[in-house]
Ligand binder design. Sequence first.
Ligand code: GRF
Length: 205
Amino acid sequence: MTKSLRLVVLVSGRGSNLQALIDATAQSKIRSRVVAVISNKPDAMALERARKAGVAHSVVVSKAKSNDIFFRELELEVNKHQPDLIVLAGFMKILPPALVKAYKGRIINIHPSLLPAFPGLYAYKQAIDAGVKVTGCTVHFVDEGCDTGPIIIQKVININNDDSEDSLSERLLAHEHAALVESIKLIEDDKLVLQGKKTLLRGEP
Ligand code: GRF
């Protein structure tokens, strides 16, 4: 049965993935909707996108604060919105184990590489420097590691000889948006089964 999930989106910057979710709801591609956007950066463009869409938005500043204090404040803010699913969309902080545990199986992240290759920062640079011929993006459930949780969807693009970090990221972005929306569709339709490190499609052998 399709559910309408309450999505809380955590961001740090531009917010194009957030926008893809807002648009997907408006276009009825998903039934779930963004109920709140929380940024750790006061100047994130994502906040402006939330404002324009009439979505609740707030800032929990991470700068000049211990991780302990920041994540305690963040968890309180997240809890207020009673999310069914937390979406990390360009959120540049690694969630602590306690927060991951509190929302186990209910946090997803979008990462711009074909995980498990090139986790963490500078994924495009890592791919270019490694000389790989393809890269892509991964949507995965968040576990206690950095970009290590069960993979939901991946999209692949070729790397050309003259690609730079900028050209790769520009070409990959539309695929990221599609992967994120498709992942949420799978979750709201209850199509995913978690089996250890893997996600399987329900009913598939
Ligand atoms: C995306 O490339 C995403 O994969 C990475 O951070 C970037 C966020 O972009 N985690 P945006 O803020 O959604 O435009």
